[in-house]
Design a protein around this ligand. Structure first.
Ligand code: GDP
Length: 515
């Protein structure tokens, strides 16, 4: 596949862990990132790494290296995960010793757990007179984070970002955790990575910060980033140095892009420019189609296609309910649904209305939200609509399990299937008063039926997906038209049609499956 090939005799070498710092506002995420930046020994007496490129790598006095994602908070983390990128190996959870566990701390724990990423706790602001690290450890217990001194295996380090205390201990803990994770990559293969951020810069053009995940990236290579492509014109490291190559776990600025990819997009090397163009064009088309689908189809179908696209073997859900008893009952019942190949996974369950955080969590995991005798607040409702997150309301527990069973069955076998009907080509476009634009077409293959779904193709690129509004022959509505015949077509809420455009007609079939 696309740079995804593995080799029998691959050379696997240890790579630096990639760390994201999360925690409640004002607990010191930014301060800690700044303080850790200064611990780099390679950049000399200048006081550490001064460039801000979205990620940086520190080398410690013992030679160990750690890469930090330079965007604090869980927004970047979830945004990347929502795009399917797994960037972070370890989460450092910052908790202010004078404040303890706060709402965003809980969210960060939830997000890290949903992603299956281990957590190291940095108990910050230990220099403050009212610091109470023991209370923080006790509070962590309530979220199933058991620190070492309480018999668990979660590393918790007391630090002060402000006074630069115990930063070395925190870094050692990260390296220890990395050793347990046994992080490896092959530096000899072609590079593959993830876009951390990308922007247009005056005089430099489009600049993307890429985290190389495996392989070695070199100047001159041709790449695809999301649905953009380019040739590496220059590489700049986190210290501002121009470099010729970048190996696994190193963040690097890449110059030479055609457009601006999104954070979380993949970055792969391809053989030549024509291949790069081909891949980028294909992805642009798929993106356009996905956007059109999302705008046109119902939420149920969206969810199924999301699940199928990701080949998910589990259905992640968030449960919100009116009382603890029903929330617990639903959580324990739904976890028993399914078999070895598909399962329900409860990401989070709590008493209360559905809020934005629930939607973010569900979105990042491609899951859905269940509201039991509760509703979503307006912001959460808007977000869910925008992001295509399915929220379902119930007042009977049996209905919850019944619906979930149906959905899991849908994951076993396709529940909605697309069936090709035919092709038509637009010969002429007429503007008709009160009706709008009508396409005069010739059916070139198959059959077109009243009420079918359509895809508009221009130069083989899908520019619209929607519904056929009218199908006519000689001003009469007709049920179907076969190949070799002419007809008139108009489209629901769509008028950007031209002679030469091709119309693909299809139907959506529902296929029953049972668990
Ligand atoms: P963020 O919102 O989590 O990024 O938090 P900041 O890094 O912006 O820090 C919030 C406030 O806490 C700032 O006023 C910092 O100076 C202060 N702060 C951060 N770390 C420490 C620390 O270790 N000790 C003390 N006393 N203050 C700190």
């Amino acid at each position: 596949g696309l740079g995804g090939e593995t080799n029998e005799d691959e050379v696997l070498e240890a790579r630096a862990p990639v760390v994201t710092i999360m925690g409640h506002v004002d607990h010191g995420k930014t301060s800690l990132l700044d303080a850790l930046r200064e611990t780099d020994v390679v950049s000399g007496e200048a006081g550490g790494i001064t460039q801000h490129i979205g990620a940086y790598q520190v080398t410690m006095s013992g030679g160990g290296r750690i890469t930090f994602i330079d965007t604090p908070g869980h927004e970047a983390f979830t945004a990347m995960r929502a795009r399917g990128a797994k960037v972070t190996d370890i989460v450092v959870l910052v908790v202010a010793a004078d404040d303890g566990i706060m709402p965003q701390t809980v969210e960060a724990i939830r997000h890290a757990k949903a992603a299956g990423v281990p957590i190291i706790v940095a108990i910050n602001k230990i220099d403050k007179p009212d610091a109470n690290p023991d209370r923080v450890r006790q509070e962590l217990l309530q979220h199933e984070l058991v620190t070492e001194d309480l018999g668990g295996d979660v590393l918790a380090i007391e630090v002060s970002a402000k006074k630069r205390m115990n930063l070395d201990k925190l870094e050692e803990a990260i390296l220890l955790q990395a050793e347990i994770l046994d992080l490896k990559a092959n530096p000899e293969r072609t590079a593959q990575g993830v876009v951390i951020e990308a922007k247009m810069e005056k005089g430099r053009g489009s600049v993307a910060t890429v985290l190389v995940q495996t392989g070695t990236l070199r100047v001159g290579e041709v790449f695809v980033a999301g649905s953009e492509w380019g040739r590496v014109r220059a590489l700049v490291d986190d210290r501002g140095n121009s470099i010729q190559e970048a190996g696994p776990s190193s963040p690097v600025e890449v110059l030479g892009l055609q457009g601006t990819p999104a954070a979380g997009d993949d970055f792969v090397i391809v053989d030549d420019e024509s291949r790069a163009r081909e891949v980028a064009n294909y992805r642009q088309r798929v993106e356009r189609e996905a956007r059109a689908r999302l705008a046109q189809r119902g939420t149920l179908e969206q969810m199924f296609s999301a699940i199928k696209a990701g080949d998910a073997k589990e259905l992640p859900i968030v449960i919100k309910g009116d009382v603890q008893g029903s929330v617990e009952a639903i959580a324990s019942t739904v976890e028993k649904i399914g078999n070895d190949s598909v399962k329900v996974r409860v990401l989070h369950s709590a008493v209360g209305g559905i809020n934005e955080s629930d939607v973010t969590l569900a979105k990042a995991s491609g899951g859905l939200i269940i509201g039991f005798n509760v509703r979503a607040n307006p912001q959460a409702r808007d977000m869910a609509r925008r992001d295509g997150v399915d929220i379902r309301y119930y007042s009977i527990i049996y209905d919850v399990t019944d619906d979930l069973k149906k959905m899991l069955s849908g994951m076993l076998a396709p529940t909605l299937r697309e069936r090709f009907l035919g092709y038509a080509s637009i010969r002429e476009v007429f503007s008709i008063t009160k009706v709008g634009k009508v396409a005069g077409c010739m059916i070139t293959e198959g059959i077109v039926k009243r009420g079918s779904k359509v895809r508009l193709l221009r130069d083989d690129v899908v520019i619209h997906t929607g519904d056929l509004a009218q199908l006519k022959r000689f001003k009469e509505d007709v049920k179907e038209v076969r190949d070799g015949y002419e007809c008139g077509m108009s489209f629901t809420n769509y008028e950007d049609i031209r002679a030469g455009d091709v119309i693909e007609c299809f139907e959506i079939e529902e296929v029953a499956a049972t668990l």
